[in-house]
Design a protein around this ligand. Structure first.
Ligand SMILES: NC(=O)c1ccc[n+]([C@@H]2O[C@H](COP(=O)([O-])OP(=O)(O)OC[C@H]3O[C@@H](n4cnc5c(N)ncnc54)[C@H](O)[C@@H]3O)[C@@H](O)[C@H]2O)c1
Length: 112
C-alpha cells in the first residue's frame, strides 16, 4: 500500500515546473488528483502520470487566482454525491471523500 492511497489532492500549476514535480511525487505515492493549470497541456502531464503510475486524475484548465474557477475544480474532484447501491461506486465515492471535505471545511463560512 502506497503512502497516499485513499487520499485526494488538488494541485495547481501542474502542467509544468514545481507543480508537475509535486504531481509526479503524489502519483508515485498513490494519490488521486485534480490537476489544475492555465495551460491545457496539463492533460499531457496527466496522461504521462496515468501511464507511468496508473493514477486516477481529473484535469481542469483554470486560473488559480479565480475563486469561482477553483471552486468548480474542487467540485469536479469531489464528484457527484453518490446515490449508490453498488459497492464499487461506494468505494470510489469514499476514495474521493478527502477532497469533498476540503470543499466544505467545517466551521468556515464562504459567504461574504
Ligand atoms: N522554480 C523554482 O526554483 C522556484 C523557486 C522558488 C519559488 N518559485 C515559485 O514557485 C512558483 C512555480 O514555479 P515554477 O518554476 O514551477 O513556475 P512555472 O513558470 O514553470 O509555472 C508552473 C505552472 O504554473 C502555471 N500557472 C501559472 N499561472 C497560473 C495561474 N494563474 N493559474 C493556474 N496555473 C498557472 C503555468 O501554466 C505552469 O504550467 C512560481 O510562483 C515561482 O516564482 C519557483
Amino acid at each position: 500500500m502506497a503512502k497516499l492511497d485513499g487520499k485526494a489532492a488538488l494541485i495547481t500549476g501542474a502542467a509544468a515546473g514545481l507543480g508537475e514535480g509535486i504531481a509526479t511525487a503524489y502519483a508515485k505515492y498513490g494519490a488521486k488528483m485534480v490537476l489544475v493549470d492555465l495551460d491545457p497541456r496539463v492533460e499531457e502531464t496527466a496522461q504521462r502520470l496515468r501511464k507511468e503510475y496508473g493514477s486516477q486524475i481529473i484535469t481542469v484548465v483554470a486560473n488559480v487566482a479565480d475563486r469561482a474557477q477553483m471552486d468548480e475544480a474542487a467540485k469536479k474532484g469531489a464528484g457527484p454525491s453518490a446515490p449508490s447501491t453498488s459497492p464499487a461506486a461506494t468505494r470510489a465515492s469514499a476514495a474521493w471523500s478527502p477532497l469533498r471535505r476540503w470543499t466544505t471545511p467545517p466551521g468556515i463560512s464562504t459567504s461574504t
